[in-house]
Design a protein around this ligand. Structure first.
Ligand code: GDG
Length: 466
């Protein structure tokens, strides 16, 4: 059987499949690596004065991780620079925030070469290589240049921008061309896939043949393969002792009011300002409903080295302060705004205690918080998910109350609709959401992608025909 080599910017060491602290993606990839006796390769998160290419191996719970340290300049140009100041904003439709600097592009290229150079000796014939996300777009090509002939796939976790937007990136075409080194490319949704195809067709003269795209000599498989969560595990987590305690604490502190929950990395793509403004509008338009609710926004800071993240943080501090200043009373604060992270089991209990899950990104590859909120609900008395139309998750979670996150009126109306929704309708919508979250879960995601990568999906399709 082939081994699987997973490559991502950072590696999260597996800490046991039921650990409350571990993220869903780490669980998913660890499970795949256990099954295929694989290696997970990436940056350790550590810096060193001089890049040596020395690999640190660790083995835990049946998974081998292999990590390298980077130089400070690498982190500045590749990670904080090209990945998070150029590609991230541009791919989230924020060309106004995207910084185009040759130094960033050079650093990005250099680190991708460093990844290729250190990874190459670890790859054995028959291995299958699966590369994750926008940090490593050209890695496949760098591996091919060094002689790799194994099957290689790439999965993009974030949106693919529309053609004309991507064209604003200097050397966009060269970057896109590197993707043709892969055998399979996966996107979260059909919308992102179509934008990619549009670019390849219109800007590069490629053409589409069924689920393949052809450019010159290269013919590669493309697919929409939405990522899911470990639904069963998350639903169990929501019933764990830690979660129950968090649930009770939240209920006690709510003193009979309904909680609206938001959980996001502090990122401008998540629509936090728009969410606060929508909620403020609700408070303004519905004075009688004011003290029935409060909004708990959990937003752990991220990418603090990047200026646009410091700006959004300051602006949220002031916006939450303004709303609370205008509406708070002796015994009530409309927004509880918390800038720290919590363990996954506590988070699960908090989701379960919330009457409304408010998920309003302006643009999001998928959004796993929406799925976690659904999985954590009590089937007898579920809460209501309000979800942005511009999250990848909206293409699957159509039974949510869908909103345009740019419209404060729509957010305000949706909160009112959710608060007044009868139990039968909440159960009906939740059942439909949960069916999807359970069916297209994270195991389905990785199996779908990996079988396409191994060229087994055609066989599976034939086998499953009556
Ligand atoms: C990228 C794409 C795509 C958040 N706060 C805490 C915490 N979290 C966890 C959530 C969730 C994860 O972080 C966030 O995942 P998202 O999917 O919402 O967003 P990104 O981080 O932007 O992820 C996204 C994803 O990749 C996967 O492909 O869905 O579109 O942007 O799991 O629960 N976890 C803990 N404490 C917190 O305070 N433990």
């Amino acid at each position: 059987m082939s081994r699987l080599i997973v490559v991502s910017n950072r590696v999260s060491a597996p800490r046991g499949s039921h650990s409350g602290a571990q993220g869903g993606l780490a669980v998913a990839l660890s499970a795949a690596l256990q099954e295929y006796r694989g290696i997970w390769f990436g940056w350790s998160g550590e810096v060193t004065d001089q890049f040596t290419g020395q690999i640190s191996f660790e083995r835990e719970h049946g998974v081998t991780t292999a990590t390298i340290d980077l130089e400070p300049q690498d982190v500045e140009e590749y990670y904080d620079g090209y990945a998070n100041r150029t590609l991230w904003p541009l791919f989230h439709y924020r060309v106004d925030l995207a910084e185009f600097e040759r130094g960033f592009a050079d650093g990005y290229q250099r680190v991708n070469e460093r990844f290729a150079q250190t990874l190459m000796p670890l790859i054995e014939p028959d291995d299958v290589v699966w590369i994750q996300d926008y940090h490593l777009l050209p890695l496949g090509q760098e591996l091919r240049r060094r002689g790799a002939r194994e099957r290689m796939g790439f999965f993009l976790h974030i949106p693919w921008p529309p053609r004309r937007l991507l064209s604003t990136l200097p050397v966009a075409e060269e970057l896109v061309r590197t993707l043709f080194a892969y055998d399979v490319i996966g996107f979260q949704t059909d919308e992102w896939l179509q934008s990619f195809l549009d670019y390849v067709r219109e800007e590069m003269g490629g053409h589409i043949e069924g689920d393949h795209v052809v450019l010159g000599e290269r013919r590669i498989r493309v697919m929409a393969c939405p990522i899911g969560i470990d639904a069963e595990n998350f639903a169990q987590l929501a019933r764990s002792p830690q979660a129950r305690m968090a649930y009770r604490n939240m209920r006690d502190s709510a003193v009979g009011r309904d909680m609206i929950i938001g959980v996001d990395r502090l990122d401008y793509s998540k629509g936090l300002e728009e969410r606060f403004l929508g909620y403020e509008r609700f408070l303004k338009e519905h004075p009688a409903a004011r003290k029935e609710v409060f909004l708990l926004q959990i937003a752990p800071p991220s990418r603090a080295a990047v200026e646009s993240y410091r700006i959004i943080r300051a602006s949220l501090d002031s916006l939450s302060g303004r709303v609370n200043g205008a509406y708070a009373d002796l015994d009530w604060v409309p927004i509880r705004y918390v800038n720290q992270g919590y363990s996954r089991d506590v988070l699960a209990g908090v989701y379960r205690a919330a009457k409304i899950g408010l998920v309003t990104p302006l643009r999001d590859g998928m959004n796993l918080v929406a799925k976690e909120y659904v999985a954590a609900q009590d089937p007898e008395d579920p809460g209501v998910l309000i979800l942005s139309r511009f999250a990848g998750a909206a293409s699957q979670l159509t039974a949510a109350v869908l909103v345009n996150p740019h419209s404060a009126e729509e957010i305000s109306d949706a909160i009112m609709t959710a608060l007044r929704m009868r139990r039968e309708e909440r159960i009906e919508r939740w059942r439909s959401l949960m069916d999807n979250v359970e069916r297209e879960d994270v195991v389905w995601w990785r199996q779908t992608f990996v079988s396409a990568l191994m060229g087994e999906d055609q066989a599976l399709l034939v086998d499953s025909e009556p």
